[in-house]
Write a protein that binds this ligand. Structure first.
Ligand code: ADP
Ligand code: MG
Length: 603
């Protein structure tokens, strides 16, 4: 074929493809425009996950009637004049591409009025073709309505995900922007439902609560740091609050949502050795940096940036987060002599030896220093450092299913007792065993649940009084789509009002535990595109619920309970790790004891 210039329609659709990928990208561009226009109130309305309609109304500066047509053409912007300004951008937009792109792949109507004008004007673009603006009555500000997104790009339409997923992307986006701009009022509605509404009173924690629920919002730690023209503000989770992926790590740089892998890495380093492998914190962090120190013009959707001095920013983020973590969630100190005389960095505020902690329900086994210490020691000895599946491999435990299961089994143990309301102490043929009661119980519940599932008979028990649970809006959506899965797991849950569900029955295995905690565990980590009823997903779900339902550190167990737990653990197929891969026990062999007491070949 000979070379030809692309027709303007094709060219503009190609260009649009870079910026507008899905309904959430439209919302993002329009939100950013409203923020740039100085709006204080932004109302977003979507229908059918934005596929049918997205409407954003703001009370910003508005667009003059005679500039409407220009606003919607490519490379037309009021925000940038000279090319050197590209390196000191203070607005969210600057390319003049968004409205043109959106207009070329939808039916877009812009209605706007600037202050001082008596009336407003309306302008329509359909698939890139526009009509002359007309005068209309309007309030000051701008309303942009985008209908039938991708109606003329069927290929794009086919790539859109389910309504639930696309809606989630929009919800997440708006919630993040609301968090970033707590002084502005945001309202997101979907059909008749109000999904999110913020007061605009500057209270970020209240927005966090709308996003994650009150429980989580209460636990989040505040970050506030300033250094050489940089500020970092926002929230990070304590080490007891984690997720199985990085999706809840959000960074804003100068008010712009970015996906900066380097910054997440910096954050993760702040948690170094405080989190189990494969667990990630939640974070919403807002970095302010001089505009000339960051290049925002490196990504089509402006989702990535480049720093002039990346190391400096990186280390600032890491130190700030670490400081917040240590200030609020002390790292327990370690009985160093017992574990080889190596001193572990003991942070201030320590709550004492790990032998004596465990009275705080927040402290779960992620935090207990014996485990952390173990991981460290492995790393130092060049052991299988961070293999998520086998943090215990130094404890001669099998780390792959290939190994014979008899090797995995633990010997018959004689119970000695419980210490720190967190660990069981037992004697085996070859020395002392310390068992983390929470991790052990998690393992036991998990294997029982999976065994029942195998038999297709997860026994369910009706609750005497049904329990009502209110969830954050995003989780509600998710839970609705998961109701059949829950049934299968022995939960009987039904909708009971806006964002509220009623639990009527739960698995017998968990009787006596808090049903609402189980339900929350099921929805909170569920990933958006996980198809339920797949083996792996089910296992993950089961592991999550068992974690929630297991006895916690800090609970005193009766003698019978301790014995039963040990006996149950002995029958497990993989008794040495919890379903999340953490060790359930530490073994001190007679040999190690002898060395430690200087009886044999002491170091
Ligand atoms: P950019 O944001 O990169 O300038 P856009 O295509 O998003 O490009 O918008 C083009 C222009 O339209 C903007 O520069 C701005 O002048 C105007 N505009 C768009 N949305 C709004 C709005 N909500 N309020 C006021 N002006 C707007
Ligand atoms: Mg813009």
């Amino acid at each position: 074929m000979p070379i030809r210039m692309l027709s303007p329609e094709v060219a503009s659709q190609i260009a649009a493809g870079e910026v507008i990928e899905r309904p959430a990208s439209v919302v993002k561009e329009l939100l950013e425009n409203s923020l740039d226009a100085g709006a204080n109130t932004i109302a977003i309305h979507v229908e059918e996950a934005g596929k049918k309609r997205i409407e954003i109304a703001d009370d910003g500066a508005g667009i003059p009637a005679d500039e409407l047509e220009l606003a919607a053409s490519r490379h037309a912007t009021s925000k940038l004049v000279r090319s050197d300004e590209l390196f000191s951008i203070v607005t969210l937009g600057f390319r003049g591409e968004a409205l043109a792109s959106i207009g070329s792949v939808s039916r877009m109507t812009i209605t706007s009025r600037v202050g001082g004008e008596k009336e407003g004007a309306r302008f329509m673009v359909e698939g890139g073709k526009s009509k002359k603006p007309t005068k209309v009555g309007a309030t000051v500000g701008t309303v942009i309505c985008v209908e039938d997104l991708f109606y003329n790009v069927p290929a794009r339409l086919k790539f859109l995900k389910t309504d639930t997923t696309e809606r989630r992307a929009i919800d997440t986006l708006v919630a993040r922007y609301a968090l970033a701009y707590p002084a502005k009022r945001f309202k997101l509605t979907d059909g008749k439902n109000v999904v999110l509404q913020t007061a605009g009173d500057g209270d970020r924690r209240a927005i966090l609560a709308a996003l994650y629920g009150v429980d989580v919002a209460k636990q989040m730690l505040e970050v506030h740091s300033m250094e050489e023209g940089m500020t970092l503000a926002g929230f990070i989770s304590p080490t007891s609050l984690t997720r199985s992926n990085r999706k809840e790590i959000t960074f804003f740089i100068n008010g712009r949502w970015v996906h900066e892998v380097a910054l997440s890495t910096a954050l993760m380093q702040a948690y170094h050795t405080l989190l189990m492998v494969g667990r990630y914190p939640l974070a919403a962090l807002f970095l302010e940096i001089k505009p000339e120190d960051v290049d925002v013009n490196v990504h089509p959707a402006k989702a990535e940036v480049r720093f002039r001095n990346q190391d400096k920013v990186f280390s600032f983020v890491q130190r700030s987060a670490r400081k917040a973590l240590l200030a609020y969630s002390p790292v327990p100190s370690v009985a160093t002599s017992l574990w080889g005389g190596r001193s572990v960095s003991v942070e201030s505020n320590s709550v004492g030896l790990d032998w004596t902690i465990g009275h705080d329900n927040q402290v779960n086994s992620d935090q207990l220093s014996v485990n952390g210490d173990l991981m460290l020691r492995q790393a130092q000895h060049g052991g299988p450092e961070t293999d998520a599946q086998s943090p215990t491999s130094n404890l001669h435990s099998p780390n792959s299913q290939v190994q014979s299961s008899s090797f995995a089994r633990i010997p018959l143990l004689r119970l000695i007792g419980q210490i720190g309301a967190a660990y069981l102490v037992a004697e085996g043929p070859d020395g002392l065993y310390l068992i983390d009661q929470h991790a052990a119980h998690e393992r036991v519940l998990f294997e029982k649940l999976m065994a029942q599932r195998e038999m297709k008979s997860i026994a369910s028990q009706a609750l005497l009084t049904p329990v009502a649970v209110t969830l954050p809006p995003q989780s509600t959506q998710l839970l609705m789509s998961q109701l059949p899965v829950l049934k299968y797991f022995g939960f009987d849950v039904e909708e009971f009002g806006p964002n509220t569900f009623q639990i009527r029955a739960m698995p017998v295995l968990f009787s006596g535990s808090d049903p609402s905690a189980a339900l929350r565990a099921l929805v909170e980590d569920f990933e958006e595109d996980e198809a339920p009823l797949k083996d792996e997903v089910e296992k993950k779900l089961a592991a999550r619920v068992c974690k929630r339902m297991a006895v916690r550190a800090g609970m005193s167990l009766s003698n019978e309970e301790q014995r039963a737990l040990l006996a149950d653990l002995e029958t497990c197929d993989s008794p040495r790790t919890c379903p999340h891969g953490r060790p359930t026990m530490i073994h001190l062999s007679v040999d190690v004891l002898e060395r430690q007491f200087g009886r044999r070949g002491a170091r």
